[in-house]
Ligand binder design. Structure first.
Ligand code: HEM
Length: 308
């Protein structure tokens, strides 16, 4: 037995002793353990059994799988953001490196979006989409969580109501004025579309708890707490601007152009499965969601989304 093996055994002995466990039993277990395989580790069987079509149109498969890829990447993004936000001794290096990871994932989502824009026959899409009504990508909970975790709530409030909402506004009230309420809420009567009602029934409580948890630890607040010279470094400024613009303008426009291709055939845009006034609702110049206002000049903020 090599000294390395002896040392490992000693460490294992200590580990199991602390747990009140017998090392010999665990070693014997190893004797009969099955070797790990790729398919067990990656869970390929489970993963490849999650693509269930509602119609016989082959391109529906493209639609389902690309959405699932998006959700997996959303999960990767949240995984990294969570590590930055909950870090107890955050360093500039850790912050920058993780922000770059998040940025790369969103770059991938943006550059791959033409899988949707170009990659399905319009005729097939128009057939299978009827079976999806009244569901919509609007109801992606992870997408909303990325927003809550990236910035302060005030930056997600509908631009028309920002003046009336501040840090002390109860979350419930702020929630009712989030920019995405405009997709299905009539602010005069307070009535909400089915899309919004179903979404809130499932996620409202979870969203409020999540937004509360990230209220003081979101990416933007964390960024602002970094030392001045770090905040102003070219590399970090570039990374922050890149992420903000990719999520809130480039991705949004790739998505919007896809909606135009599939839903804008005649004089009037077709109604979306979620039923929003999408041709207006989805444009960055109206939504004006900007995660990190501090990294933009006043002019850039004024012109947000107007160059696309
Ligand atoms: C052919 C492909 C697509 C079309 C035509 C499309 C269309 C739309 C439309 C019209 C809306 C507005 C809400 C509504 O009334 O339904 C919407 C919202 C949304 N969709 Fe898509 N979408 C497509 C693909 C995707 C993909 C792949 C994702 C990725 C998860 C996605 C995520 C979202 C999100 C997050 C929203 C809410 C955006 C916001 O609130 O600003 N969509 N989509």
């Amino acid at each position: 037995m090599t000294p390395e093996t002896e040392k490992l055994l000693q460490q294992l002995e200590e580990k199991y002793k602390t747990m009140g466990q017998d090392l010999d039993t665990h070693l014997e277990g190893l004797l009969y353990g099955k070797p790990i395989t790729y398919w067990d580790y990656i869970q390929t069987d489970a993963l490849l059994n999650l693509q269930i079509q509602r119609t016989n149109q082959p391109d529906e498969m493209v639609f389902i799988m690309y959405h699932q890829i998006n959700e997996l990447l959303f999960k990767m993004i949240l995984w990294e953001i969570q590590q930055v936000c909950y870090h107890e001794k955050l360093t500039a290096q850790f912050f920058s490196e993780r922000l770059m990871r998040v940025s790369r994932y969103f770059d991938m989502l943006t550059s791959s979006f033409n899988i949707m824009t170009e990659g399905m026959e319009i005729e097939q899409y128009l057939k299978f989409r009827n079976t999806l009504t009244p569901a919509s990508g609007f109801q992606s909970a992870q997408y909303r969580k990325i927003e809550f975790a990236s910035t302060e709530l005030i930056n997600l409030i509908d631009a028309r109501f920002r003046e009336t909402i501040d840090r002390n506004t109860p979350f419930e009230h702020a929630f009712e004025h989030l920019y995405w309420q405009a997709a299905g809420k009539n602010f005069k009567t307070g009535t909400k579309s089915y899309l919004l009602k179903a979404f809130e029934k499932k996620y409202k409580n979870e969203f409020i708890a999540f937004a509360e948890a990230y209220n003081t630890i979101n990416l933007y607040t964390k960024f602002k707490s970094l030392p001045q010279e770090v905040k102003e470094s070219d590399a970090l400024q570039t990374a922050m601007r890149h992420y903000d613009y990719t999520v809130n303008v480039t991705w949004v426009m790739a998505h919007y152009n896809t909606a135009v291709r599939y839903l804008n055939h005649g004089n009037e845009p077709e109604e979306a499965t979620g039923g929003s006034d999408w041709a207006k609702y989805m444009l960055p110049k109206y939504q004006r969601r900007i995660f990190f206002p501090e990294v933009w000049t006043e002019q850039e903020l004024k012109d947000w989304g107007k160059d696309v």
